[in-house]
Design a protein around this ligand. Sequence first.
Ligand code: NAP
Length: 444
Amino acid sequence: MPLHVAIIGSGPSGFYTADSLLRASEDCRIDIVEALPTPYGLVRGGVAPDHQNTKRVSRLFAKIARNPRVTYFGNVSVGHAITLRELRQLYDAVVIAMGAGVDRSLEIPGCNKAGVHGSGAFVGWYNGHPDFRDLDPDLNSAKVAIIGNGNVALDIARVLVKTEAEMAESDLAAHAAAAIHQAPIEDVYIIGRRGPTDTKFTNKELSEVGDLVESAPTVDPTQLPRTVTGEMSDHQRSLREKNLATFRAFAARKIGNERKRLNFLFYAQPVEVMGGGRVEGMRFERTRIEAGRAVGTGETFDIPCRLVVSAIGYSVRPLAGVPIEEISGVVANRAGRVERGLYAVGWAKRGPSGVIGTNKADGDAAAHQILEEVTANGRAGGAGLRGLLDQRSLRWVSFNEWQQIDRAEIAAAPGEAPRQKFARVQDMLDVIGRQGEERPSATD
Ligand code: NAP
């Protein structure tokens, strides 16, 4: 009797968990249940469109998906198509691998004005995520403010200022490319509430913005400390020193003919979004650092802009049956265990941090816990799920069908682009309909 495991979400944490389970047990059957027709989570919808090398990991995930003990159920939203409770009745164990899909709010006066977007929505929009296809951000602004000093802020800044030629080998969604490449953007401000040595930028990504064709980074040299101070590991110190050296190089750089600037501003916390119905500017309060935290000084300054993107982190999307910790916004868990039969991995487990490979250890831990405390119990597993979905006339998408969508996107790629993404679910389903693959039956 096989052990039936359902994994909710097909991003890196979901696939690494499937891989760990396949390696650890010959008797488990794994079903990956994904809300979108398309797999790979943040690899498709989060990783920057011009970082194609990072996306190559999806080849490994495709190999895992093709394992005969794995079934992919795309276009099945847990919480809508099927409840978590129903899923738990069908499977011996359920793994929550659905990431952290809700943008943290700035929580300052005016933060809900039109023209203020969370990074998850904004990145989803330019990456062709169907949930954000119609975000339609107004890019008619010479100045853009990006709040936060992490890699997501850098990704957004870079995508906004790169030229069409620089993005030619990317899979930037067509609707976003059309809007971005005709936007009158001249100054992008990347604003951190703490200092240059407190940034979360990785040095590779930070250095990259020094090599853009039309855009130059700017840094006020008076904001750069002479050295990295404070208690930290040698490794941490060396990472911070590298970033400081890069900022120094940016500050020393002569601005040439570049039409656009990426301006790094530090020690500034957002206090108000100004304007009427829509954003007309951002007010910041200057800060000083006390015990590692940004403390307001009372002195403020304004940046006029019609577009604000806050890249300040994410929390887990609420799902009935999943306890979420209020402050951290992650699934309440102990080392990944929510309760017997229910586990969390990836950003759902530990919050939005780390790189794609960080998820491997989560997958190993979840596989270990599942095999230690759950035994096969004659559950219906995938056959039961198919039956339920068919009963509800829900059009789920198999991995073969995703591969048809994939091929159609690749075939439609303009120029040197790797693909032209479909950004609407119906367009994806139409491709499958046209090619008329025989659907897997509810009984096999
Ligand atoms: P992050 O690295 O945690 O950065 C979040 C930033 O937001 C921090 O600078 C933080 O400042 C700031 N912040 C938080 N709350 C704020 C507030 N209320 N007001 C002002 N600033 C606030 O998060 P992320 O950029 O979203 O990235 C998420 C994860 O994905 C990270 O592990 C990142 O490295 C990874 N990622 C990697 C790549 C890549 O490798 N190319 C690309 C994208 C993302 P404090 O430090 O002061 O809290």
